[in-house]
Design a protein around this ligand. Structure first.
Ligand code: ADP
Ligand code: MG
Length: 315
């Protein structure tokens, strides 16, 4: 991300990643409130600790419904709807994520029969949600929901809502590469860097200029391990139970809201380049969704570029 003089940077390590807030004015008290809110949302949504709202749903799998706070309910409702679409995004992917442990200590290729045995526990139709009660019931023992693919985007949107309610109109929030920006009318906007696959955050493929909206990437290089020369990354194919294998290193989605960027980056990654481009061309009713595909041979493909300007890095 470019450093623009006169902007104030605040950062913290949270959720195993760097969270960064940039504001146009020196507002440390506001920055503290932002980090507190992120912590609060993380405490609701994490599955990496036993005591979150999401984990109380998972612990009650096969036993009883659990009432969750309204933000958790609405996020899971949306994620469950998307999981019915037939794409690769699946809220009920938890048992496979926990078994593979990709990017965490102890990650290894599970025996094929174990993967096959877990697949029936990842059926999103077995997630029952009651809007009246605000409760969620995972109807089979051993099921679990995982918000890893959407939590950061959801948080970025909530933080922008909060900032706008505080009359802040010029800010960037970066949750480990999941970015949302706001700018006042007429401002030049923000320059958001697009990371080179398998390189550090400073090594850029190029940058995007954006005044409002979100930039989210799903890629094979964020969390992975290598076993016998094979690369196993953290986006799993709910049909096979194995990491998705296709022609892409990453998909970046530019969208008004970060939650949509999260959902569509995972869905488009699952479709691969050709189907992804075809799908994007048919989605004239989904407002403002744009994508940048990076192929395995590091070609950058941008099907359209209506609302942002991509500048390749000079080599
Ligand atoms: P990052 O956390 O690096 O931004 P993503 O947003 O692409 O990555 O989400 C990857 C995470 O989503 C995985 O670590 C896992 O928790 C979860 N996940 C893996 N496969 C799926 C899937 N098919 N559908 C939904 N979530 C998934
Ligand atoms: Mg995501």
């Amino acid at each position: 991300m470019s450093e623009i003089p006169g902007r104030y940077h605040y950062s913290a390590v949270m959720m195993g990643t760097r969270v960064e807030l940039q504001l146009a004015a020196h507002q440390p008290a506001l920055a503290r409130q932002v980090f507190r809110q992120i912590k609060w949302l993380e405490d609701l949504l994490t599955v990496n600790r036993p005591d979150s709202a999401l984990m109380s749903v998972n612990r009650a799998a096969g036993a009883h419904p659990v009432v969750v706070p309204p933000p958790v309910f609405s996020l899971l409702w949306r994620a469950r709807e998307v999981s019915f679409s037939g794409g690769c995004f699946n809220l009920a992917i938890g048992p496979l994520v926990r078994r593979w442990k990709i990017g965490f200590s102890g990650d290894a290729v599970p025996p094929a029969e174990e993967i096959a045995a877990l697949l029936p526990l990842t059926d999103p139709h077995a997630i029952r949600m009651d809007p009246e009660a605000g409760s969620i019931f995972l109807t089979r023992p051993g099921m679990s929901v995982d918000a890893g693919a959407i939590a950061k985007g959801y948080m970025a949107d909530r933080i922008c809502d909060f900032l706008q309610a505080q009359a802040v109109d010029h800010a960037l929030i970066n949750l480990g590469g999941n970015i949302r920006v706001i700018s006042p009318p007429g401002a030049e906007g923000w320059s958001v860097g697009l990371q080179q696959p398998f390189a550090g955050p400073e090594s850029l493929l190029g940058s995007i200029r954006l005044s409002q909206g979100s930039v989210v990437t799903s890629g094979v290089y964020e969390r992975y391990f290598v076993h016998q020369g094979h690369h196993y990354h953290h986006i799993l194919d709910p049909r096979s139970g194995y990491p998705l294998d296709n022609d892409l290193l990453s998909v970046t989605v530019i969208s008004p809201h970060s939650i949509d960027g999260e959902i569509y980056s995972t869905q488009l990654y699952g479709m691969g380049l050709e189907k992804g481009c075809e799908w994007l061309a048919t989605q004239t009713d989904i407002e403002g969704i744009e994508a940048i595909f990076v192929t395995r041979d590091r070609e950058v493909i941008i099907p359209s570029q209506r609302q942002f300007c991509f500048r390749p890095a000079s080599r």
